[in-house]
Design a protein around this ligand. Structure first.
Ligand code: HPA
Length: 277
């Protein structure tokens, strides 16, 4: 059985370590998904803490995910930027997948801005598009299963506004001002690591999903549990299975994300700058 007390102690150890390294207290947590690296370049005077140095912090095994925590000003706000995340498909338990989110909540972060690369399956969304995630469908185990961590939040947290309506509007206006054609839709989280079958994508489409990916939703659920406001941008890296005529490859994802990351970076920066926390 999951030991909630031991888990909270692990979280506190990581919090204490980060506090010992810097006086900076992040208001915003930013998770950079695959190939969203340029956001980190926009950080002013960041301090860098390699994940390997933070007690109990999990490290990603996926190519394209650097393993550093950066803390510095982003759009005028103190931000903790995570270069790389861990996924459920890597074999980590949900407590590890969402560890960093709890650490950041405990450090005082009020907002999570999360990015990812995902397959697109809705008409009108194409590879290279940035999509504002307005809702999700969770096909992964719920990260809150187990004893409730009362010091973070309630047993049955509301998910009717999992993606903060004010931040959604801020992102819409930012996109308008930046002249970026920001799409919108629901993200469905599958476990991976295999891509979906065409039948699974047809199901996701009937469910109303626009994007399908293997990350993000665990962190979003935990951020909501901790009372953080969430903003999520998904980059369409490829047409989802069955929509595309060719087999999916990681290389295809990498090539398209280089194009999308420019728009993504501008949107993250501008939205964080305009956010009212
Ligand atoms: N499906 C799931 N996850 C993904 C995809 C996809 O097509 N592309 C990038 N991550």
């Amino acid at each position: 059985m999951f030991d909630a007390q031991a888990y909270e102690a692990e979280i506190n150890q990581a919090v204490d370590y980060i506090k010992s390294r810097t006086d900076r207290r992040p208001e915003v947590m930013v998770i950079l998904g695959s190939f969203a690296g340029p956001v980190a370049d926009a950080l002013e005077d960041p301090i860098k803490i390699p994940y390997a140095e933070i007690p109990n912090w999990p490290r990603s095994t996926v190519v394209g995910h650097a393993g550093n925590l950066l803390i510095g000003k982003l759009g005028g706000k103190m931000a903790a930027v995570l270069q790389g995340r861990v996924h459920f498909y890597e074999g980590y338990p949900m407590t590890k997948v969402t560890f960093s989110t709890r650490v950041m909540a405990r450090l005082g972060a009020k907002m999570l801005c999360v990015t990812n690369a995902a397959g697109c399956l809705a008409p009108g969304i194409n590879p290279g598009d940035v999509v504002l995630v307005t809702d999700h469908i969770n096909m992964l185990p719920n990260p809150l299963i187990g004893p409730n961590l009362d010091s973070f939040g309630v047993r049955f947290p509301d998910m009717s506004k999992a993606y903060d309506p004010d931040l959604i509007n801020i992102a819409r206006f930012a996109a308008y001002d930046l002249k970026i054609d920001l799409k919108e839709g629901t993200y469905i989280a599958i476990s991976g690591p295999s891509f979906e079958t065409p039948a699974e994508i047809r199901m996701a489409s009937i469910f109303g999903a626009a994007m399908s990916g293997m990350s993000t939703v665990p962190e979003v659920i935990v951020a909501n549990h901790c009372g953080m406001k969430v903003l999520c941008f998904s980059c369409a890296s490829n047409l989802a299975s069955g929509i595309s005529k060719v087999a999916l490859s990681h290389q295809e994802v990498a090539d398209t994300m280089a194009v999308a990351s420019k728009n993504l970076t501008a949107l993250v920066l501008e939205s964080v700058k305009r956010a009212q926390l």
